[in-house]
Design a protein around this ligand. Sequence first.
Ligand code: GLN
Length: 392
Amino acid sequence: MPSLSDRVGTFTDSVIRRMTRISNQYGAVNLSQGFPDFDPPRAMLDRLAQAAYAGPHQYSITFGAPDLRQALAAKLSRSMGRAVDPDRELVVTCGSTEAMMCAMMTVCSPGDKVLVFSPFYENYGADAILSGAEPIYIPLVPPDYSFDLSLIEQGLRDGAKAIIICDPSNPCGKVFTREELTAIGALLTKYDAFAVTDEVYEHIVYAPYRHIPMASLPGMFERTITCSSLSKTFSCTGWRLGYIVAPEAVAEGAKKVHDFLTVGAAAPLQAAAVAGLELPDSYYDDLLALYTQKRDHFLAGLDAIGLKHNVPQATYFVLIDISDFLALPRFAGWTDLQFCEWMIRDIGVAAVPGSSFFKEPVNNLIRLHFAKDQSALDEALRRLAKLKELLP
Ligand code: GLN
């Protein structure tokens, strides 16, 4: 057989999505790949049913159906404190996954450097490789996941073209403060670089924390490519609907990349998504109340078992410290991946090994998500309690 491209040899499949496949194989409670086990709002399902018969079933405009872009622009204009132009500044994509890849291919030429915080959402590694960019990692240091601004300045001084900011952050649940974003923004302006943001958890931010879109800060819209999606906000991860918001010149580039990558997101799903965006603000309050309740319940359950964990400021992820287990003779020399595979088989709960999110050699963390209904979370907690019995 002829050889494959060099490119495909340089990254693995997604560990997050691999864990889902292994979890399904063993019938574990899947707290690995983060997606809700409940449905999108009824209004979206009704609109989807209508679309099944009334259409659209053919291509929408490549960069998004006009009514969806209108609805997104109205929402984004409020959150960004500036009128977002649905024709010139928005590109509807197949999930934020495509949005991020498209953003990277739009702003980076092969060989360009891009700054990436570690821990990071694992897609960014592949995004960098596929766009030819070279990632430079900036550590987010636990317990508060703060960072050293001088490392960002050094990276920009060395010519980095952009910084990727996952805010709120997957997997550590960090919400960047206004001060942090402002300081990063000042450096981006000084060195004339872009922010590429991934804001998919923007509506799952627990009080007293608040999400501030980078693009809403003074002067930052002009150098920010905001990527987000409807997946988490409207519990429709399988619909694959995301978007890019960017200044017109950047959006023009992104439209071209997107057009040749995918032509467009699924037309009937775009039509149905408009119904979600028409919901009143109380929808977002209810979503947050639901996740707040899940977070409090799940973390209290972990505390009752005695598992060490972080307290996420946002997202539906929690990192568990498994150091005490790895110190046991039966797990001597194990990687976190081996531990997660064992957990799926013997405990019946699927997690993601923390190493897939870190540049640093981290082996003592696993990530669980709690976007599950109460009974699934209780079942997971019941199974996780078996872990504690292993400790002396
Ligand atoms: N963001 C989700 C996670 O981190 C998964 C998204 C995906 O698999 N596309 O688990």
